[in-house]
Write a protein that binds this ligand. Structure first.
Ligand code: ZN
Length: 52
């Protein structure tokens, strides 16, 4: 399994992939827009967890 896919939209990744750190794991996406969206989703999840 050496074919990497975008964590946001499942498209194939080439050298242009962008790494996004989500907590203690790193995922790769195809464009900066997706990276930002993923980062914001993770931040929202963290703030919800903190409200408990
Ligand atoms: Zn993508």
């Amino acid at each position: 399994m050496n074919q990497r896919t975008c964590a946001a939209c499942d498209c194939e990744l080439d050298q242009q992939s962008i790494k996004v750190k989500l907590g203690d794991k790193t995922v790769e996406v195809c464009c900066e827009e997706r990276a930002t969206a993923l980062g914001e989703a993770e931040a929202a999840r963290n703030s919800v967890a903190n409200e408990k």
